[in-house]
Write a protein that binds this ligand. Structure first.
Ligand code: NDP
Ligand code: MG
Ligand code: MG
Length: 333
C-alpha cells in the first residue's frame, strides 16, 4: 500500500525557514508561488527576459527577478517551466548558483529521470507534484482545502530532503488532501505511460476510430460526434466520481451488457501487448530521446500531426456543433 502523509506529518516551519525560488509562472508556477507566500514563505519568482507572465506575477504582489538571480538568492529552487526547456535553463541560470545544501525541486521527474539534468551531489533533489492543474491547486488552497500530491526524493544530500518536500507540499495545500510517497522513476514513467496509452493517446485514438467507423458506414458526422466524443464526458464524470461501478449503475442495462462483451473486442490482448512495448520505450529512454530530438529539431512532425488532426472531420464537425451548446465554454466560438 502507498504511504500517505497529511498535515500532521509535515512541519511547515522548515520551508518557512528557507528562501524559495519558483522558476516559471504558468499553470503550476503561479499556484505554488502564491500559496507559498500565503503560507508565510519567503518566495521570489524567476522569469526570463521578455516574459509574458511577469506583469501578472508582479500585479499579484510577487517579486520577479531573472532565473539566475532567483537561484542565487534562494536555497530551495522549484523548476516550473515547460519540461523540454528545463535542461537549458538549468545549464544557463541555475547550475552555477547552487550551493552546498540547497534543494532543487521539480513537479515532474522527466529531466532528472532521463539524465537531461544532472544535479551535483551536494544538493537535495526532490519532487512535489500536485495531481491536478495549477488553477485547481490554487483555488483549493484558497478554499482551505488541497489537491492530493505526490512527493519523492532522488538525492538526499542533507538527510532532510523528504521532510523539506513534505513541508513544501504543506505550504501549497497538498498535505490537507494527502501526499503519496513515490520515486522519480515511478512518477515519470507512469505519468508518460498514462498520458500516452490511456488519457491522451488512447482516448483520442479510440474516439477517432469510433467516429470514422460510423461515418464510413454512412451515418451523419453530427450524430457520430455526439455518440463518440460528446457523451464521453458524461461517462468519464461518472467514473471519476465512483469508478466503473458508478458508471455501470448509471447507464442502461443494455449499455452495461455491451460494455462487458464489446470492450474486450476493442482493447484486445494485442492492444495490451502494444501497451507493454510503449512502456518499454518509456522505461529505456527511447521515448524521451525521440521527443527531445523532435522538440529541439523544430517540432516538424509534431506540427504535421497537429494540423492533420485539426482538419479531421471529427474536429470540424465538433466546432460547428458546439455552437449549439451555449453551456460549453468554447473559446474558438
Ligand atoms: P507552463 O507551460 O504553464 O509554464 C510556463 C511558464 O514558464 C511561464 O511563466 C513562462 O513564461 C515560463 N517560461 C518559459 N520559458 C522560460 C524560461 N526560459 N525561463 C524562465 N521561465 C520560462 O508549465 P506547467 O506549469 O504546465 O509545468 C511546469 C512543471 O510542472 C512541468 O515540469 C510539468 O510537467 C509539471 N506539472 C504540470 C502540471 C500542470 O497541471 N500543468 C501538473 C503537474 C506537474 P512566459 O509565458 O511569461 O514567457
Ligand atoms: Mg504528463
Ligand atoms: Mg447512446
Amino acid at each position: 500500500m502507498a504511504e500517505l502523509f497529511y498535515d500532521a506529518d509535515a512541519d511547515l516551519s522548515i520551508i518557512q525557514g528557507r528562501k524559495v525560488a519558483v522558476i516559471g509562472y504558468g499553470s503550476q508556477g503561479h499556484a505554488h508561488a502564491l500559496s507559498l507566500r500565503d503560507s508565510g514563505v519567503d518566495v521570489r519568482v524567476g522569469l526570463h527576459e521578455g516574459s509574458k507572465s511577469k506583469a501578472k506575477a508582479e500585479e499579484q504582489g510577487l517579486r520577479v527577478v531573472t532565473p539566475a538571480e532567483a537561484a542565487a538568492e534562494a536555497d530551495v529552487i522549484m523548476i516550473l517551466i515547460p519540461d523540454p526547456i528545463q535542461a537549458q535553463v538549468y545549464e544557463e541560470s541555475i547550475k552555477d548558483n547552487l550551493k552546498d545544501g540547497d534543494a532543487l525541486f521539480f513537479a515532474h521527474g522527466f529531466n532528472v529521470r532521463f539524465g537531461f539534468i544532472k544535479p551535483p551531489a551536494n544538493v537535495d533533489v526532490a519532487l512535489v507534484a500536485p495531481k491536478g492543474p495549477g488553477h485547481l491547486v490554487r483555488r483549493q488552497y484558497e478554499e482551505g482545502r488541497g489537491v492530493p500530491a505526490i512527493a519523492a526524493v532522488e538525492q538526499d544530500a542533507t538527510g532532510n530532503a523528504f521532510a523539506l518536500a513534505l513541508s513544501y507540499a504543506k505550504a501549497i495545500g497538498g498535505t490537507r488532501a494527502g501526499v503519496i510517497k513515490t520515486t522519480f522513476t515511478e512518477e515519470t514513467e507512469t505519468d508518460l505511460f498514462g498520458e500516452q496509452a490511456v488519457l491522451c493517446g488512447g482516448a483520442s485514438a479510440l474516439v477517432k476510430a469510433g467516429f470514422e467507423t460510423l461515418v464510413e458506414a454512412g451515418y451523419q458526422p453530427e450524430i457520430a460526434y455526439f455518440e463518440c466524443l460528446h457523451e464521453l464526458k458524461l461517462i468519464v464524470d461518472l467514473m471519476y466520481e465512483g469508478g466503473l461501478e458508478k458508471m455501470r449503475w448509471s447507464v442502461s442495462e443494455t449499455a452495461e451488457w455491451g460494455d462487458y462483451i464489446t470492450g474486450p473486442r476493442i482493447i484486445t490482448d494485442a492492444t495490451k501487448a502494444e501497451m507493454k512495448k510503449v512502456l518499454t520505450d518509456i522505461q529505456d529512454g527511447t521515448f524521451a530521446k525521440n521527443w527531445m530530438d523532435e522538440y529541439h529539431g523544430g517540432l516538424k512532425k509534431y506540427n504535421e500531426y497537429k494540423t492533420q488532426d485539426e482538419q479531421h472531420l471529427l474536429e470540424t464537425t465538433g466546432k460547428e456543433l458546439r455552437k449549439l451548446m451555449s453551456w460549453v465554454n468554447d473559446e474558438e466560438a
